[in-house]
Design a protein around this ligand. Structure first.
Ligand code: ASP
Length: 321
């Protein structure tokens, strides 16, 4: 009996080892917690291709939008930890714990960071009809017309929400915010003039700005951006204003260590892919530092960002139920 038990355990261990060695032997779902066609989706689709090539598997993006990214993130937090459901999420993972009174998952406990991928600056853009000539005029216009202005975002907990929150607090002016399932659909509304303003990652706005389809006023990075030398920083008008949208790939807790290792190695190689690097550069995204492109580095980054944003959000007294 005792021998049989040992044999059974050994057999199960061997089966488990063989299964993870073969990983991935069926399509892997990469959940993006926002609508298709937006900036997180664009990066996730590029990354999924190169990750699939590295790990000789199929990585397929699944868009699960809503509630500023928390619905998709929660879905992955509760998924089986077998390596076949992953999450590609951004800075919202660190702001949601402070923004939501009730969050149905714990970012630092229910998910394992695999590695940080890119850091993407945002741009403050407006509908094509916006008359303000520059960032200073735009701020004056918003203050004078606060009851008329609509600011689009991807819901509470999204990067566009965070940027809008910081903007309103720096201007000491509240405007009406309009949530979408992602800034892909929000961009459509902006182009159609149904909303007035939006903060969004360059991975969604570069083409629209360069094509003259939207009015661009400023960048949210500390310094000016090489891709937009004509745009000032928002910090030049609103001192201290700075937001960068970092992105991390996650697996649910309980994902076997050897699968995490395999994903980590695949991700590190994928991030170096010349095609991926070129595309990210064109879209204004910066590859995250090498020391954060692994599980431990991304975990430390997430913890640092949760600690950084908590007091800022608490001071702004904004909560979602
Ligand atoms: N840019 C969005 C945000 O504000 C998300 C998206 O649609 O990718 O968080």
């Amino acid at each position: 009996m005792r021998v049989l038990t040992r044999v059974t355990i050994a057999t199960l261990a061997a089966i488990a080892a063989a299964a993870s060695f073969a990983y991935p032997d069926k399509p892997v779902s990469v959940v993006v917690p926002f609508a298709a066609g937006g900036p997180t989706d664009v990066v996730a689709r590029s990354l999924s291709q190169v990750l699939g090539a590295q790990l000789k598997g199929s990585f397929v993006v699944e868009n699960v939008g809503g509630a500023g990214g928390t619905i998709g993130a929660g879905k992955v937090a509760r998924a089986a930890g077998d390596g076949y459901t992953l999450l590609f999420h951004h800075i919202g993972m660190s702001t949601a714990p402070s923004l939501y009174r009730k969050l149905d998952f714990k970012p630092t406990e229910d998910l394992i960071p695999i590695g940080a991928v890119v850091d993407v600056p945002m741009t403050l853009i407006a509908k094509p009809q916006m008359g303000a000539a520059n960032a200073k005029d735009l701020i004056a216009y918003i203050k004078a017309n606060k009851d008329k202005i609509n600011l689009a975002n991807a819901g509470i907990g999204s990067a566009s929400h965070l940027c809008g929150l910081l903007l309103q607090s720096a201007m000491k002016t509240e405007v009406t915010t309009v949530p979408f399932q992602g800034t892909g659909p929000a961009m459509t509304a902006l182009l159609g003039g149904q909303v007035d303003l939006m903060c969004d990652q360059t991975t969604n706005t570069t083409g629209q700005i360069k094509g003259g389809k939207v009015k661009a006023y400023a960048v949210t990075s500390k310094g000016k951006l090489a891709n937009f030398p004509e745009l000032p920083t928002l910090g030049a008008e609103l001192p201290g204003f700075e937001v960068g949208v970092w992105h991390v790939l996650y697996a649910p807790k309980n994902t076997p260590a050897d699968v995490v290792k395999k994903l980590e190695a695949g991700l590190q190689a994928a991030i170096k892919d010349p095609g991926f690097v070129t595309k990210m550069k064109e879209l204004g995204a910066e590859i995250m530092p090498v020391e954060k492109q692994n599980s431990a580095g991304a975990k430390a980054h997430l913890a640092g960002e949760i600690a950084k944003w908590a007091p800022i959000i608490q001071a702004a007294k904004i909560y979602a139920d």
